[in-house]
Design a protein around this ligand. Sequence first.
Ligand code: XIL
Length: 373
Amino acid sequence: MISRRALLAASAGLGLARARAQPLDASLGADAQSAGLLFGASIGREAFDDPAYGDLYRREAAVVTTDVALKFDWLRPSPERFEFGPADAIFEFARAARKKVRGHTLIWNDNAPAWLKALSLREIERTFDAHIERVVERYAGRVHSWDVVNEPFWPMDGKPGGWRDGPWFAAMGPAYVERAFRRVAAIDPAAKLTLNEAQCDNDRDWGRQIRPLLAGLVDRLQQAGAPLQAVGLQSHLQPQWPADYAAFAAYAAGFGARGLEVYISEFDVNDQSFPDDVAVRDAAVAAVAGRFLREALAVPAVKMVVCWQLGDGYSWYRGIWRRAHPGAARNPRPLPFDDALREKPLRSALGQAFAMRRASFEKPGFALKNHAG
Ligand code: XIL
């Protein structure tokens, strides 16, 4: 158990280190850019309904990821309908504010509406091709990177090879992955095609099982000549579980050695195991993030850090927590800004991690750890 004193000391240490580093810009996006990184966050209609929240993205983010707007069940309420409005609004925001866009996500065996599950396997296969074609064509040339396939593995589904079960897997087996990458590349060759996966940052059974499965899939895709440019490691950190961030960095560097970019694609810190006290909790979140980012950002192949939203009030953990603890006074605080969009210690930890990476670039002859090209 970490003491309150140790946690507050850790956060004070962060502040000190920040004061010693080069002065930081007013924007995490700019700080990250000077360290060879893209920084941003997932975005949804909250950023349009709450203008101050939209301004926070304008100031802090260089890239935005569509949060739910392009997920199959949100986009496709029925077989004929494509609800492009919410995603179009994000692309328009990004155009006007000169932000890059990550498309999340084309193919995922989760988030399947009932109508899709009711189709024949042959119809599911046709829907797969037509969905990719229609969505990728609409945004071609405007997408920095596509999460072509999200979360391919979920060993708990009990399928051979640890594959996540769902309609696409049922219809095509493991071949759906390569098929998706090839079809997207044929329509939008400029986008960086990304395989996005969860859990790789923890050392509980999930992380330990999924890491080698993902690496094996990447090897097979590359051997087959499939168009894959990046691996997204979601990094929803779970400090209540065991983790080894140096080993995570070495794992990420392995993808760099295969010529791929690595994106920390859905960063936030689950604070459920930390004390109620807000100052203590925020310090603990920042300390975990600092330890993780120090390792991960030393890997040259890591080119991006995207938070899953920017403000605690809009975190996906809020809904999960409220369902599990109705009426609780406490709320999750996993993100760099609080409910009033005030900066938290996690923002300092991000800025500090970017400054450390920039400083390591600036040292003459300094080779980043795990250098892999
Ligand atoms: C989350 C969304 O942010 C929530 O709004 C939704 O209710 C559930 O999904 N991994 C992913 C994301 O790849 O798509 C998930 O997003 C978070 C976990």
